[in-house]
Design a protein around this ligand. Structure first.
Ligand code: PMT
Length: 351
């Protein structure tokens, strides 16, 4: 009986409530907003208050860059997870998106493996490099712990022993060498202010900086001037909640043109309709004028991506066998980007 209940519990914990129904997924085939201009930048950053903690982040980032570049390491900024759009100042409700930060956290580990130092700009409480292997959903650590025979200590069971040893060794090496800086955000405003700040700090190392923008950035927001201070009451406005959002300026163009003009920049393009993915990725590349767009579909993002460059497009796919053996697609993506970054640095040196 107990075994049946346990089995049922286990099955229930595997029900994936976050997997979308592909047939009813949103249609993104409408034309995109134009890239942000210097005027858009000026008005956005003037009209919105920077997060109170920004100067603290600035000091931490500057010293991380100084130390790591001093040790001749290249530095990648990995952005990860979803940004929220608060509907109230004392926030009870907010708009969010699906991203758990898997792409970002996984990619950060492969960059570290390649000798890069990583600034990990992530949604607070989303997945982190290394600890992601033992999150409550993937491999709940508590399910693999047991008491020692004398009941005085805790031991890891045989199933997790090998994985834990390997992940712990990598994590401790990265920590001992101070190669990973974790910088959190929650809202889209915090994300944009922090992205700009880090980009400007990174500009001192020129082409040794790499941007890998995997965060799912909200396309819409509620301007500060229209956010109510307190929780919206359900009896207000005749019991209806009508949300009127503005487009978030497409700051990728400002990043390329002004905040980090010599760095190599990689962005992601997410779609749900495979017939428009490559076209949208190419449009982004032309509009923002950066080096690489990695296209991915919500439904298949863990198994295939497409690299779109000004003169090429190239699919990277996990074979069925590799996917069954839990090979991560980021283990194929990152070495290619590292090679492209090397070429990028060499091309800048000869300029
Ligand atoms: O976390 P996971 O579950 O693993 O999911 C990973 C992912 C699917 C979120 C990731 O692989 C991914 O595709 N991230 C980019 C999602 C996204 O924001 O796509 P987009 O098409 O809305 O934007 C394209 C680019 O424009 C992004 O690089 C973004 O930084 C940039 N952008 C977006 C909005 C905005 N206002 N300004 C921008 O510059």
């Amino acid at each position: 009986m107990a075994t049946r209940e346990n089995n049922e519990k286990r099955l229930l914990s595997r029900v994936a409530t976050s997997v979308p129904d592909a047939q009813s997924a949103i249609d993104r085939s409408l034309p995109e907003f134009p890239a942000a201009t210097p005027i858009d930048e000026d008005s956005y950053f003037r009209l919105h208050k920077p997060p109170a903690y920004l100067s603290q982040i600035s000091t931490g980032v500057a010293s991380f860059i100084n130390e790591n570049h001093g040790r001749r390491r290249k530095i990648v900024l990995v952005t990860s997870g979803g940004t929220t759009v608060p509907l109230e100042n004392n926030t009870v409700r907010f708009i969010d998106n699906f991203s758990a930060g898997t792409r970002g956290a996984t990619s950060a580990e492969y960059f570290l493996e390649q000798g890069y130092s990583v600034i990990f700009l992530h949604r607070e409480f989303s997945l982190l490099p290394y600890s992601r292997h033992f999150s409550h959903t993937t491999n709940c650590l508590l399910d693999h712990l047991q008491f020692s025979q004398d009941g005085e200590r805790v031991e890891v069971d045989g199933v997790l022993q090998k994985d834990l040893l390997s992940v712990l060794a990598q994590y401790q090496k990265v920590k001992a060498n101070n190669m990973l800086l974790l910088v959190p955000f929650t809202t889209v405003h915090q994300y944009l202010f922090t992205l700009k700040l880090i980009a400007q700090e990174l500009s001192v190392i020129g082409s040794d900086a790499l941007f890998y923008l995997a965060a799912a950035v909200s396309d819409f927001f509620l301007p500060t001037s229209r956010i109510p201070e307190h929780k919206i009451q359900s009896q207000e406005h005749g019991g209806k909640l009508v949300v009127d959002l503005e487009p978030v300026p497409k700051f990728l163009r400002r990043l390329v043109d002004s905040w980090a003009p010599i760095a190599m920049i990689v962005s992601f393009k997410l779609e749900t309709d495979n017939t428009i993915l490559i076209k949208k990725a190419r449009t982004a590349l032309e509009r923002y004028n950066h080096q690489l767009v990695i296209g991915n579909l919500l439904q298949t993002r863990k198994y295939e991506v497409v690299f779109v460059t000004p003169d090429n497009e190239h699919w990277i796919r996990l074979s069925k066998d590799a996917a069954e053996h839990k090979v991560e697609i980021e283990s194929l993506i990152i070495p290619r980007i590292v090679a492209m970054h090397k070429t990028w640095i060499e091309s800048r040196e000869t300029m």
